[in-house]
Design a protein around this ligand. Structure first.
Ligand code: 13P
Ligand code: SF4
Length: 303
């Protein structure tokens, strides 16, 4: 059986679309109808005419697509594809910080559970965090759950960003240390260092560019350099190598693999379409509040 052909024919028959995150494998990215970062995937899910969205990413991203498209069927090929960062924050933690900072808006990173997003005033991605927070009137902002991204936003906006919890982190990006960057630079002295804002703040200081995955694509497109050292999940190299075949990309840490992202495979996508599994559902009480926070955020961003 040619699995790629089977996927294409099921997609056509069912009027389905495959949306894949930049961290997916080369095979998954090449079968997808659209590849992007978490913000672009949300926006794309709103645009598509397809009746079924197969989401090649982690659970919180598929849930977000469902919230924005209550009348479409959203499938996640592997239900255990989860983001460990998302599970570092609880509603109880938010309540405690709301009591301590009653006037500060609560900005929640999209990498969080649905009930946490339902408590947010604004929901951002790594691509939109700086522009949303700089547009808010308040100089003190509550931000959950990634403390490194919170630190990055504080540096750029000069606002007081209170991270909830104080040590929220992504285990994949924590692997990218200053030592690894310096070692990579020894090997490729002309390499331009690009890192995700989830890497530790000491690593961010050594980078030529800090930004989300879509920002990395735009930065590489406008930079003349030929060699880039990439400090994020390894799937991003697939996206960069596909888009820029004339440039060279090396991972700063070659084992920076996200277990959740890597659970999506061509086989699981095929079975998802064949058996209509696993359907994503979101409780309406949460979906309504998340939709409101997202629309408020999109309005601020003008998208
Ligand atoms: P993006 O915001 O660039 O999509 O990254 C999401 C993510 O999970 C980072 O680890
Ligand atoms: Fe979550 Fe980290 Fe994986 Fe991104 S790379 S989905 S933050 S565990």
């Amino acid at each position: 059986m040619d699995i790629r052909k089977e996927i294409q024919s099921l997609k056509k028959k069912l009027n389905a679309v495959i949306l894949a995150h930049n961290y997916q494998s080369y095979e998954v990215q090449s079968i997808a109808d659209f590849v992007g970062d978490s913000l672009e995937l949300s926006l794309e899910s709103r645009k598509t005419d397809a009746e079924i969205i197969v989401f090649a990413g982690v659970k919180f991203m598929a849930e977000q697509a469902k919230v924005l498209n209550p009348n479409k069927k959203v499938l996640i090929p592997t239900p255990s594809a989860v983001c460990s960062l998302a599970n570092m924050v609880t509603v109880k933690m938010l309540e405690e910080y709301r009591r301590r900072y009653p006037d500060a808006p609560l900005v929640v990173y999209v990498n969080s559970p649905i009930e946490v997003k339902a408590s947010a005033d604004y929901i951002v991605t790594s691509a939109s965090a700086v522009s949303v927070i700089s547009k808010l009137d308040s100089d003190t902002i509550l931000f959950a759950p990634d403390a490194n991204l919170a630190h990055y936003v504080a540096e750029v906006t000069k606002k007081k960003i209170v991270p909830i919890p104080p040590t929220g982190h992504c285990y994949v990006h924590l692997l990218i240390t200053p030592y690894d960057i310096l070692e990579a630079k020894k090997k490729y002295p002309n390499g331009v260092v690009i890192v995700h804002p989830e890497v530790p703040s000491e690593s961010q200081k050594l980078a030529d560019y800090v930004g989300g995955t879509s920002g990395m694509v735009r930065f590489v497109a406008k930079t003349d350099a030929k060699v880039f050292l990439v400090g994020t999940e390894t799937g991003m190299l697939n996206r960069l190598r596909r888009d820029f075949p004339d440039k060279e990309f090396y991972p700063i840490v070659s084992k920076a693999d996200c277990i959740g992202m890597k659970k999506i495979t061509l086989e699981s996508i095929y079975l998802s379409l064949k058996n209509m599994v696993y359907e994503v559902s979101v409780r309406e009480e949460y979906a309504k509040r998340v939709r409101e926070a997202l629309e408020r955020t999109f309005k601020l961003l003008g998208v």
